[in-house]
Design a binder for this molecule. Sequence first.
Ligand code: SAM
Ligand code: DTB
Ligand code: SF4
Length: 364
Amino acid sequence: MSVTKHNWTKEAVLNIYNKPLMELLYEAATIHRKTHDPNVVQVSTLLSIKTGGCSEDCGYCPQAARYHTNIEGNDLMSVQQVKAQALRAKSAGSSRVCMGAAWRNVKDGKAFDQVLEMVRTINKLDMEVCCTLGMITQNQAQRLAEAGLYAYNHNLDSSEDYYKKVISTRGYQDRLDTINNVRKTNVTVCSGGIIGMGESIEDRAGMLVALSTLNPQPESTPINALVAVAGTPLENEKPISIWDMVRMVATTRIVLPKTQVRLSAGRTQMSREGQAMCFFAGANSIFAGDKLLTTPNPDVNEDMKMFELLGLNPQKPFAKKMQPETVEASNSQFEALGEKPKWTRPGHVIERNEIAKEKFKGLK
Ligand code: SAM
Ligand code: DTB
Ligand code: SF4
């Protein structure tokens, strides 16, 4: 078994990231094989259950109401719609459904009760259920756990320093607090970030250091390449090269040896050869389905052909952790507390976010 270290320094992580590529790949692949089956890749399907109209200013995000991005917004989906989509995902080979909502944070009430019912419904289909709903309290995490949630996704997104240059409406500590709230339950933690937002390699290393200090480390870590969407403050960022993605995946594998590293947004820009190198470097999960939340993703059939070509097999549900039990709403041990937590709103000025917002105002 590989030893998990929680005291990585940025310098040590940078040394790994910058190694000659063949050495980096060999080291990452060696660690990968100690803890994981290198021929098994976990497949998740994303489902945007509530799209667009978000109050936040995340500079990468097409769903922020303040930018003009041409996406089609939608109110919260019904439980029946979600069930139908989950069944489709299951028959296409997915073991997990990840439901995303364009919310700053979860508020107790009808909409959250409906999400809890979605969690119960998908868990009963014997699929792993993940949610990404923004910031949550410990009580909300407990209620999700009781409904049968398997994982909660909440990304650190970048280093603490660079995060401040991308988002001004919530702080890094809020993110850590949410992760901590999830950690107090039996729900697994999914947390990673985005590369290609104009950050330095030091920032990428900083994010990995922050993730590595979590104890236990996250059970899964999405590595997204920015999808630069027109109208967002980051619309003009140049696509990252495949070599950056491979290095980031390999370094993540070494620093977080047991996590499932997920090749997330940005796969439409990657060749099969590039993705194969990422799997060799330790990636062992993908988002499948022709859409991420609002942007395109490779065709499922093409992904399955790639799996066949590379001799990869989709991971079975609950291969890493037992299926949680679902408690019905009527038997719940946890009442809604209707808390109003003091999530922070740093409110500093990010010039490019302001410019994108003003441009939108001009278009209205
Ligand atoms: N609203 C919730 C939140 O922000 O926590 C959940 C949904 S949010 C879209 C989930 C994650 O998607 C973000 O933290 C970010 O890492 C990723 N993401 C959003 N837009 C992206 C983009 N254009 N390119 C790559 N990743 C993106
Ligand atoms: C994650 O790290 N990446 C996914 C999931 N978690 C929620 C989202 C990617 C979104 C890409 C932009 C879009 O499709 O809107
Ligand atoms: Fe809202 Fe989440 Fe997008 Fe930020 S990333 S604008 S919180 S949907």
